[in-house]
Write a protein that binds this ligand. Sequence first.
Ligand SMILES: [Fe+2]
Length: 248
Amino acid sequence: MRYLILTDMHGNWEAFAAILRHVRGEEFDVTLVLGDLVGYGAGPNEVVEAVKNSLWGEVHVVRGNHDKVVAEIEDGANFNQPALAAARWTTERLLPANLRYVRELPRGPMPVSDEVHICHGSPLDEDAYVFSIYDAYEIFSHYEAPVIFFGHTHIPSLFVRHEEGIEVAVVQGESFTLKLEKDKRYLLNPGSIGQPRDRDPRAAYMTYDSGTRVARWQRVDYAIAKAQERIIRSGLPKVLADRLALGV
Ligand SMILES: [Fe+2]
């Protein structure tokens, strides 16, 4: 099975469209979307409609914390001011069918196969951030799946559980591949499409081939200036445009 793994688009249609163009011509059996389709960016309707209509094969989607606040499932009391302002803006602008789609997104974790499970933050708590080896240790100790794809931190990263312990890496560069081994377990994060935070402003995504067991991280250039201009023109907080150019 060939998987395409997408996460944290955050309403950035220019970034998401660049990735859809980048993978055009490839074949995928399954597309996994790890949440935060909306919130921050000025193109939430385009992003939701592409998730609904333009992905490959079987499509599995879990909700993110921004999706919940935009859908008013949660009130965003823990959000900073620009994030909350963007969520409110998005709730008002989403077309009714798209808002309903976001509201009905399922909670993670979600098993996709015997091997692959997906979640937004952590399989133990959809809103928790997985940054440290200890975070990963807790997950590997309490959740059995061999390969877990997660998002939420916006940092392309990997955690590998093997007999001697846990290895962690932040994945850098335009492209990186990892061959998964049968006797190890993995927590893999593609990084964010719409709001990267690893000081690389390029949009990030992953693919995984369960036959060859090769996972690939990929970065893609996109029209950052256009996404910034739309944010500013829409009256969204300017800081949300500024950070796109820095990847923070
Ligand atoms: Fe996010």
